[in-house]
Design a protein around this ligand. Structure first.
Ligand code: GAP
Length: 487
């Protein structure tokens, strides 16, 4: 296993041990590519969602939110193109019976070439793959796999079936009587709930183009290659925003949202050199331009967010299938014609980020095994999560040095003052060093310790997670120090 793979495995173990992520229904041996979030994981997830929601809605006066249902009228998915087009090219190995997504099979082989120092060949292979995918040339892709002798990782053979398309949507039945029941889908993206509500929102919130509609919520995809922990799940959460604009202005807004979304990531203090843009060669059926924001996870550079110029595809399709007008009357004056812009179907720029993927990004950035040199020259390892304070599940741990001498009472008073403002944690058991290490492993940015001196001068020791620096401050300063860091 490479160092990076080891690191990825260490993050997965740590996430379980410290209550971040558990396999779903683990007592029954789990369910493939489905996960549950534990006490700290659910807090981190909520903090990421809140940070996104606030930056989209509160900080953009022209963006409002909705919360649409997961189930939608089945025609929605016919109109959106998902029934006919939401599929991935797959290939099966005849010996192991294992099914692979074609791009993942080739990319996996390219990664192994790179690891073996053959980057030029890997790049050439990926370029050839992109070109064939863009043309939907499945015979060509199969030849590429065979010519390069890309073998199944289980059987080790190159005995492949032809490439076929598999739809990724989950379906179920609605209605209690079987004759009356109808097939409906679990939404594979939250975006369609926004499109079908376009006029409801525009009219009730009195929005003027350009404006956006934001939404967070669950999406479901029957991913065939479901591994890599929470990177690719069958049930996951998206945070999406559709920005409705005047036709012809899409290039400007696409650039705007590309830069704005990258700035959102960097605003968390995440390192710019771990990010890059990746332009799509093969565009989704609805897009005229698309770019991924990629992050360097321990499993390599991977997509965390997509910015898509969706044209008027979705609104026009829903207009066609529903026979309802989904147009906007723009009474601003067009300088070229001297007349109002009038009625049109708006164009859309979409920003779409996976909440679970962002969660994995934060863990990947934060997880660290630091080697510390002690005064006597011996070494020790500390596992610490450098989670940005704004996102940390617990902001402040309040730790009385002992359980007696009135120290717990002072600590409780600090808790009472701080807990309405942010999430705090109280603990009086164990030696203080052990307690600090536990908070480091959870990612708590601040600990305060109450000792006998506190009774004399109203000061506590504050310990900073990242530097491990300790200093004495007045009790009255504690709350503001934390608020400043998460502000
Ligand atoms: N509405 C557009 C859309 O859904 P997408 O690129 O298919 O576009 C957007 O998905 C984001 O959703 C991705 O960038 C990724 O972060 C997240 N995502 C997609 N599939 C996922 C999966 N199976 N598991 C976890 N996150 C996923």
């Amino acid at each position: 296993m490479s160092i990076q793979e080891n690191r990825f495995q260490a993050i997965i173990s740590h996430a379980k041990e410290y209550g971040y992520v558990f396999a779903s229904s683990e007592i029954y041996d789990g369910l493939s590519a489905v996960y549950d979030y534990g006490p700290y994981g659910s807090e981190l997830k909520k903090n990421i969602r809140d940070y996104w929601w606030k930056s989209m809605t509160q900080l953009h006066e022209n963006i409002v939110g909705i919360d649409a249902a997961i189930f939608m009228h089945p025609t929605t998915w016919k109109a959106s193109g998902h029934v006919d087009n939401f599929s991935d090219p797959m290939i099966d190995n005849k010996d192991s019976k294992k099914r692979y997504r074609v791009d993942h099979l080739i990319e996996g082989y390219a990664d192994r070439l790179k690891e073996a120092g053959n980057k030029a060949k890997a790049d050439e292979l990926l370029q050839a793959m992109d070109a064939l995918l863009a043309k939907d040339d499945y015979a060509g892709l199969k030849s590429l796999i065979e010519d390069n002798k890309i073998a199944c990782q289980i059987s080790g053979t190159v005995n492949w079936t032809d490439i076929r398309q598999f739809n990724l949507m989950f379906s179920t039945q609605i209605g209690s009587v079987s004759e009356e029941s109808e097939t409906i889908y679990l939404r594979p993206e939250t975006a369609q709930g926004i499109f079908v509500n376009f006029l409801n929102v525009q009219k009730t919130a009195r929005m003027k183009v350009p404006f956006g509609i934001a939404q967070t919520g669950k999406a479901f995809r029957n991913e065939i290659v479901a591994r890599q922990f929470i990177f690719r799940m069958r049930e996951f959460e998206q945070m999406e925003m559709q920005f409705f604009i005047r036709p012809g202005t899409q290039k400007v807004w696409y650039e705007y949202w590309k830069q704005t979304r990258l700035a959102w990531h960097l605003g968390l203090g995440l390192p710019a050199d771990k990010y890059r843009f990746h332009d799509h060669v093969k565009l989704a059926h609805y897009a005229d331009a698309a770019v991924d924001i990629e992050y360097e996870f321990p499993i390599g550079f991977k997509e965390v967010e997509g910015i898509h110029s969706r044209t008027d595809f979705d609104l026009s399709q829903h207009q066609k299938y529903s026979n309802k007008k989904l147009q906007y009357f723009d009474n601003d004056i067009n300088e070229e014609t001297g007349k109002p812009y009038g009625n049109y179907v708006p164009y859309v720029i979409e920003t779409s980020i996976g909440l679970d993927r962002m969660f994995l990004l934060v863990l990947s950035h934060a997880y660290d095994e630091e080697v510390l040199t002690k005064e006597d020259g011996s070494t020790d390892t500390r596992t610490v999560m450098h989670i940005p304070p704004l996102l940390a599940p617990i902001k402040l741990a309040v730790l009385p040095l002992t359980k007696k001498d009135g120290l717990p009472e002072i600590a409780r008073a600090i808790m009472d003052e701080c807990k309405p403002a942010f999430r705090c944690f109280y603990e009086e058991k164990d030696q203080i060093g052990k307690r600090y290490r536990r908070q480091d492993a959870i990612g708590t940015p601040f600990c305060v310790t109450i000792d006998n001196q506190t009774k004399e001068d109203q000061t506590v020791t504050i310990r900073y997670r990242d530097s491990m620096l300790q200093e004495r401050i007045l009790i009255s300063e504690v709350k503001n120090i934390v608020l400043k860091a998460i502000g």
